[in-house]
Design a protein around this ligand. Structure first.
Ligand code: 6PG
Length: 246
C-alpha cells in the first residue's frame, strides 16, 4: 500500500520520520535481532539524522547502516552522502565501525565501487545469484527531476533487472559527479520504503510521481514513481510540494 502524508513543515516531516524509523527498528529487532537500514543523501534527511542521534535507550548495537546511493567522491568531501550521515548521526551514537557499510569510494573507478558494494551487500545478507536481499527500511528522497537515490530519468540504471547496485553518470541536478546507487530491484525488495521530500520546487515532479502511483508499476514514467516495494511505501511531504489536491 502507498501512503502519502502531508505535513506543514520539514521539522514535522522529520519528527514523523523519526517515529517511523524507531517503530521499524523495534519491529525488526523484535523479529530477528537486527535492523538493516539504508540511509539516503541530500539535504532533506539532515534533521532526521540529528533527531535520531539525540535518542536515548536505543539498541544501537543491533542497527546496521547502509547507503542507498553515493557520490563517487572521497568520504570527507562535503558532497559525500556518507559524510552527511557520519557528521549528523554515525559519529554521535555508540556504534562500531563494523556496523556501517559505506560505499567503497576508494575503489579505482565508480563501476568497481558499485561491484564491490554489491558484493558486500550480498555477503552481508548471505544471498547470491538471483536472490535479492530485503532491507528492513530504505530511506529515499526525490529530486525536482523525479530522481530517487541516484536513479535518474532516462538512464540505463532504471532498466537494470539483474543487479543490486550499479554505477551511474550524473543526472541533470548537481553535483555533477558519478554515482553508485541501489537498483530498483533492490529497493523494491525491501520491507519498508520511506520517502521524505519537501519544497515547491518539487511540486511539478511530485504531480508526475503521484500520477505514476495510480498506475501499475510497469507504466510508471518517473524513477521515484517506479519505487513499489514488496512491503510498505510511505511518502512524507510538505504542503508546498503536495499542492492543494492531496
Ligand atoms: C543524493 C540523494 C538524492 C536526494 C535527492 C533529494 O545523492 O543526492 O540520495 O537522491 O535524495 O536529490 O535531495 P534533497 O533532499 O537535497 O532535495
Amino acid at each position: 500500500m502507498d501512503n502519502i502524508q502531508v505535513f506543514d513543515t520539514t521539522d514535522k516531516i522529520a519528527a514523523a520520520a523519526l517515529d517511523y524509523v524507531l517503530k521499524a527498528a523495534d519491529e525488526s529487532i523484535a523479529e530477528k535481532g537486527v535492523f538493516n537500514l539504508a540511509l539516503t543523501g541530500g539535504s532533506t534527511p539532515r534533521k532526521l539524522y540529528e533527531l535520531l542521534a539525540q535518542q536515548k535507550d536505543i539498541e544501537w548495537q543491533k542497527w546496521r547502516f547502509f547507503m542507498g546511493d553515493e557520490r563517487y567522491v572521497p568520504p570527507d568531501d562535503e558532497r559525500s552522502n556518507q559524510h552527511l550521515a557520519q557528521e549528523t548521526l554515525l559519529s554521535k551514537v555508540p556504534i562500531d565501525v563494523s556496523q556501517v557499510y559505506a560505499v567503497p569510494v576508494d575503489e579505482p573507478d565508480v563501476e568497481a565501487a558499485a561491484r564491490a558494494y554489491e558484493s558486500a551487500i550480498s555477503k552481508y545478507f548471505g544471498t547470491s545469484g538471483s536472490t535479492i536481499p530485503s532491507f528492513d527500511l530504505i530511506l529515499l528522497g526525490m529530486g525536482s527531476d523525479t530522481h530517487t537515490a541516484s536513479l535518474f530519468p532516462g538512464k540505463d540504471s532504471l532498466e537494470v533487472t539483474d543487479r543490486l547496485v550499479v554505477s551511474s553518470s550524473p543526472g541533470v541536478l548537481p553535483p555533477p559527479v558519478d554515482r553508485v546507487t541501489f537498483t530498483l530491484p533492490l529497493i523494491n525488495a525491501t520491507h519498508r520504503v520511506l520517502f521524505m521530500a519537501a519544497g515547491a520546487d518539487k511540486a511539478e515532479a511530485f504531480q508526475k510521481v503521484h500520477q505514476d502511483l495510480h498506475e501499475p508499476p510497469e507504466k510508471a514514467l518517473t524513477p521515484a514513481g517506479m519505487v513499489r516495494p514488496d512491503g510498505e511505501l510511505h511518502w512524507f511531504v510538505d504542503r508546498a510540494m503536495a499542492g492543494t489536491e492531496l
